[in-house]
Design a protein around this ligand. Structure first.
Ligand SMILES: [Zn+2]
Length: 141
């Protein structure tokens, strides 16, 4: 029997109309079976894959949240620096140790204790940038 396009659509609609009323009783039947044996919920593919999908979304959200905890918050411009590094030269003739300290900006409380000889003989040093001593560190007076 030749079936043209319109009658095929009609067949589909007919099949759907036949199938639709069976959904509710079949769901009710499934629910009755599941109530008797709850393990069967997990054996229903629609339920199982829905749980997998929701679980995957939850896992992704948790990963995103934990990543945001691990990474530092993005700061525009960043916190301004409150300290600076100062080069210090020991004025003890027997020592002459050169070291770096970190203090507040405009720190002027020199001399500081030298870590090598232990004396309060550390003075702020600057680098000579011209002349024969160019590149050497000298005490700024
Ligand atoms: Zn020293």
């Amino acid at each position: 029997m030749p079936v043209d396009k319109e009658s095929r659509i009609a067949l589909w609609i007919g099949a759907l109309r036949e199938w639709a009323p069976t959904v509710r009783p079949r769901l009710a039947e499934w629910w009755e079976i599941v109530r008797e044996n709850p393990v069967l919920i997990w054996q229903t593919p629609a339920v199982r894959y829905s749980v997998y999908g929701v679980g995957l979304i939850v896992v992704l959200l948790v990963l995103q949240w934990s990543a945001s905890l691990l990474l530092p918050p993005q700061m525009v411009g960043g916190e301004p620096a409150r300290t600076a590094q100062f080069h210090v030269l020991c004025s003890n003739p027997a020592c002459g140790h050169h070291f770096v300290i970190e203090r507040k900006f405009k720190f002027k409380d020199f001399p500081v204790r030298c870590p090598k000889c232990g004396k309060e003989t550390g003075y702020h040093a600057v680098r000579v940038n011209s002349g024969p001593d160019r590149g050497k560190w000298i005490i700024q007076r």
